[in-house]
Design a protein around this ligand. Structure first.
Ligand SMILES: CC(C)(COP(=O)(O)OP(=O)(O)OC[C@H]1O[C@@H](n2cnc3c(N)ncnc32)[C@H](O)[C@@H]1OP(=O)(O)O)[C@@H](O)C(=O)NCCC(=O)NCCS
Length: 353
């Protein structure tokens, strides 16, 4: 059967009978519905088959999706919208909410479009556009007064460890369709977050007198969680392999700097190596600007090499020049950029990284 012009799309939400634009003959009837418990295997298949760039992991089983998506305490089946053609899952979009300022709950005023995927055979036919529209409707119905496309720090409800690398940050430039798609739908980039990596098999770590002195004065302590873990922390790291590296002054045992390290196991089949992500590098205020950040990163790298880790990744927003300086001084180079979009320029202040 063939269609000339628009063909109907069915949606299982009352009051939502939509038309998706069609560009060819023999185009199927697309039906939109919300998540069902039987969807994970087919979502995994779509995720693995469609992944366009380096930012997508290649999870071995639905267990990875369980930990990063469906198993999270705030997962709402209505926020994950599926596009189906004759019972076949051909696309999905997933929307959620940012965290509150004290990281103890969700802030339902901040809507986030976390992931959008359409099977290549169904792309450029209006499916993605319809999914975005339904995701925005869902977010507004739950109270969102602001919507961003792409996750950012503490506005990162889902896909930790399976999209974005070290952490889910916007939509990656390496996913080439994302930028023209969101711009075409009227979104504007509001933040760019460079992604840096370092090949840990290259053992030429920077060294100078200052770094040698800092290395003598400090030591690396490994713990499994921060002193006061938040609900956000438990949601992100409670169920995955993570470590906390702390740089402390040897004499006083004063905490100088810290970073969380997450294993990127689901990227092994995607990047063909064992990688880790460095998350939330933090130098205590009185120690800033003195080389401690660089020392922490270098000490962490030395420790990780002993665990046979061959690559480290970190995301740092463009406006955090000090952190960018510390990272590049520790031998990292930029490999990608995460871009966060919004429909308006008047976006709310994005939480500092
Ligand atoms: C991004 C993606 C979801 C878009 O889905 P889609 O169904 O192809 O998009 P649509 O057909 O609804 O396109 C909507 C508009 O965006 C435009 N557009 C979409 N992809 C485009 C591209 N690669 N280049 C230029 N324009 C594009 C379309 O032309 C259309 O414009 P129009 O309405 O003026 O004709 C899809 O390309 C995809 O799954 N890509 C791989 C995954 C990905 O990168 N996701 C983002 C990170 S999670």
């Amino acid at each position: 059967m063939g269609f000339l012009g628009p063909a109907p799309c069915r949606c299982d939400r009352p009051g939502l009978q939509r038309l998706a634009r069609r560009t060819a003959f023999d185009v199927p009837l697309i039906r939109f519905r919300t998540f069902r418990n039987s969807d994970p295997p087919r979502l995994l298949q779509l995720f693995r088959q469609t992944r366009p760039g380096r930012a997508f992991a290649y999870p071995e089983s639905t267990h990875a999706l369980e930990l990063a998506v469906f198993g999270l305490p705030y997962f709402d089946p209505k926020g994950l919208i599926i596009a189906e053609d004759d019972g076949n899952l051909v696309g999905f979009i997933h929307a959620g909410f940012g965290f509150s300022r004290d990281l103890s709950s969700l802030d339902y005023t901040i809507g986030v479009i976390c992931c959008a995927l359409v099977n290549p055979e169904y792309q450029m036919q209006g499916v993605g556009k319809e999914l975005v529209s339904l995701a925005e409707e869902y977010l507004k119905s739950r109270g969102a007064t602001y919507i961003q496309a792409g996750q950012s720090r503490y506005r990162d409800p889902f896909y930790f460890g399976i999209y974005g690398g070290a952490r889910p940050t916007g939509f990656m430039e390496s996913d080439r369709a994302a930028d023209p798609f969101f711009r075409r739908l009227g979104f504007t980039p509001i933040q760019r977050v460079p992604v840096f990596q370092r090949d840990l098999t290259d053992r030429r770590d920077p060294m100078n007198f200052r770094l040698m002195a800092l290395r003598r004065q400090t030591e690396l302590v490994v713990t499994d969680q921060p002193e006061k873990p938040t609900w956000w922390w438990f949601c992100k790291f409670g169920n995955i392999e993570s470590m906390r590296f702390q740089l402390v002054e040897k004499k006083t045992q004063t905490l100088v700097a810290s970073v969380t390290v997450v294993g990127l196991d689901h990227y092994i089949n995607s990047w063909n190596e064992r990688a880790i992500g460095l998350v939330d590098v933090f130098v205590e205020e009185k120690f800033r600007g003195q080389g401690y950040g660089q020392t922490l990163i270098l000490e962490a790298i030395r420790r990780l090499r002993t665990e046979m880790i061959t690559r480290a990744e970190i995301h740092i927003p463009e406006d955090f020049q000090d952190a960018v300086g510390a990272i590049t001084a520790a031998g990292f180079t930029q490999v990608d950029t995460g871009i966060i979009y919004s429909r308006t320029q008047e976006h709310q202040q994005i939480a500092p990284a």
